[in-house]
Write a protein that binds this ligand. Structure first.
Ligand code: IMP
Ligand code: MG
Length: 173
């Protein structure tokens, strides 16, 4: 079993999510937003974020998968759940748990743009730029991860385990 080391405590996460929700609410004041969470990892972050937004929102999810039980993206992304809300002419904010290579997100951005929304922006809990392969413009990020390593908890998994941890932790194999 890998060892687990805490990286961001519950209070740190709460503070980060609250200040991001404030920024987003300010930026979209007077508008209505469609939040599109990328399953499965984003669901914990999205549920905390949406309850702190002070603007009207709709919520949908898109399912994407590329990992087996390894710790690096294959680049071979397939959609496991489609959008149900018609996002044509709407303001869309994609909500991701962590952007690593960026391959998953770039695939999803193109997919969502094919429905001709008015705007598409990107919000991620964690930005891990070290292994970035696709050029992604991240509009909102709670925390940039500088150290190497694989993170779990607060929705993030390793082979489907650890999503329920309230803190964000680093795995040591
Ligand atoms: P990317 O396509 O390499 O950017 O990978 C993005 C997806 O891989 C994220 O949505 C996560 O689900 C997963 N992922 C990337 N890095 C980590 C990590 O450190 N822990 C858990 N999941 C990760
Ligand atoms: Mg994910």
């Amino acid at each position: 079993m890998p060892e687990i080391f805490p990286l961001l405590k519950k209070q740190d996460i709460d503070n980060m999510v609250s200040s991001l929700a404030q920024r987003i609410s300010d930026d979209y004041r007077g508008r209505k937003l469609v939040l599109v969470g990328i399953l499965k990892g984003s669901f914990v972050f999205l549920s905390d974020l949406m309850r702190r937004l002070t603007i009207p929102v709709q919520v949908d999810f898109i399912g994407a998968s590329s990992y087996g039980s390894s710790t690096s993206t294959s680049g071979n992304i397939h959609l496991t759940k489609k959008l149900e809300i018609d996002v044509k002419d709407k303001d869309v904010l994609i909500v991701e748990d962590i952007v690593d290579t960026g391959l998953t997100l770039s695939h999803i951005i193109e997919h969502i743009k094919s429905f001709t929304p008015k705007t598409v922006k990107i919000c991620t809990l964690l930005d891990k730029p070290e292994r970035r392969e696709a050029k992604i413009n991240i509009d909102y990020s709670c925390h940039v991860v500088v150290q190497k390593g694989f993170l779990v908890g607060y929705g993030l998994d390793y082979a489907e385990d650890y999503r329920n941890l309230p803190e964000i932790c680093r795995l040591k194999f």
